[in-house]
Design a protein around this ligand. Structure first.
Ligand SMILES: Cc1cc2nc3c(=O)[nH]c(=O)nc-3n(C[C@H](O)[C@H](O)[C@H](O)COP(=O)(O)OP(=O)(O)OC[C@H]3O[C@@H](n4cnc5c(N)ncnc54)[C@H](O)[C@@H]3O)c2cc1C
Length: 322
């Protein structure tokens, strides 16, 4: 198949009947945490796992797919995402408690996982302040306050790009600092985490402390994606002692090169926390990406260190479409 179908408005998917919904040209800025980004050529929201498996099994393999969670770690470019964007809805957010585990639908919000767990005397308090969904948390090996998803991970269920289903274990995921090895095109549908018990009161106290910490140190009321760049020496989630050093913080480097408060268009480096990049209201994805590139260039020139994006940038630049 030639690639002419990408962003061709007349192109139709022509798939067997689905229970979920397919929207053509869906404006992704409506879903994006940063409120930027162009359209999805198609947005598919499956009704359940069978629907997702049947959709992927019937979708010609040349058509690219991209799965989104809460878009809290994504800059979706202004030209949008060609092919099919997959978004799991509330039918994928069940939570089941086992003897020593908790099994969670991939679309459940991290904050909800933490709160429901606390009510059941299970400590997943570190998830309370991470804004994404649990599928995105596994894909990114999300973490804070010294805990990472990989510390709790047991296994997960995926629907692969060809529509087949599989369970993946810890050894398949190769968790690292802010990354995991989910197979290309696979959609995580359910995750099982190990559960550690504590008194509800203790867990709730910790969650309140984490919320207060964020409020004090981070621009939580502004549009951002959290940390823009990885800390140059991030702790390995595998527990390796060799790279267990957080001391070189990206925010310090950005501050040292004088970019606290820097702007391009509607994008700004936060005054409160320089590793947060903010949409002040009318930023484009290009403004945000250009500001990030400026930071990388300045830190390289002045400090000799190469910062690496933690935020993923996906889709097409607007100019690529013309
Ligand atoms: C204010 C703020 C604070 C933040 N603080 C933290 C923090 O302390 N620690 C931290 O780790 N992160 C933090 N983040 C970043 C972000 O919340 C996490 O990376 C989060 O785990 C992303 O989840 P998401 O559902 O939004 O995923 P998205 O941003 O939608 O996607 C991220 C990646 O996950 C993949 N993905 C999502 N869902 C699935 C799925 N079901 N199957 C397969 N792949 C999937 C996507 O394809 C993409 O590659 C913060 C963000 C904000 C806005």
């Amino acid at each position: 198949m030639s690639k002419d179908y990408l962003f061709d408005e007349k192109f139709e998917l022509n798939l067997p009947k689905l229970k979920g919904t397919v929207s053509q040209g869906f404006d992704l800025s409506r879903l994006s945490w940063l409120k930027v980004g162009g359209p999805a050529q198609f947005l598919f929201q499956p009704e359940d796992e069978n629907d997702l498996a049947s959709f992927l099994g019937n979708l010609p393999e040349e058509i690219p797919t991209f799965v989104i969670g809460a878009c809290s770690n994504l800059i979706i470019r202004d030209g949008g995402i060609p092919g099919v964007v997959i978004r799991l809805g509330s039918s994928f957010s069940n939570v089941k408690f086992g003897e020593k585990t908790i099994t969670i639908g991939a679309a459940c919000l991290d904050s909800k996982v933490a709160q429901i767990s606390a009510k059941n005397g299970i400590d997943l308090s570190f998830l309370r302040t991470i804004p994404g969904k649990i599928g995105g948390a596994v894909a990114m090996n999300a973490g804070c306050h010294g805990s990472y998803i990989s510390d709790y991970f047991v296994n997960l269920k995926v629907v692969m790009r060809d529509g087949s289903r599989a369970f993946l274990n810890l050894k398949d995921l190769h968790f690292k600092y802010r990354s995991s090895a989910i197979p290309a095109g696979a959609v995580i549908t359910e995750i099982t985490l190990r559960s550690y018990k504590d008194f509800q009161k203790n867990i709730e106290r910790k969650m309140s402390e984490f919320l207060a910490y964020r409020e004090k140190h981070q621009p939580v009321k502004e549009l951002s994606c959290g940390s823009t760049f990885r800390n140059p020496l991030g702790r390995s989630s595998t527990g390796s002692k060799t790279d267990n050093d957080h001391s070189l913080k990206a925010w310090k480097l950005i501050d040292m090169v004088g970019l606290r408060g820097a702007r391009i268009g509607g994008a700004r480096i936060s005054d409160k926390h320089p590793n947060f990049m903010i949409n002040t209201g009318d930023a484009t994805a290009k403004n945000l990406e250009d500001l990030g590139s400026l930071v990388i260039k300045k830190v390289r020139e002045k400090m000799g260190i190469e910062l690496v994006w933690e935020i993923k940038r996906v889709g097409c630049h607007a100019q690529d479409l013309y």
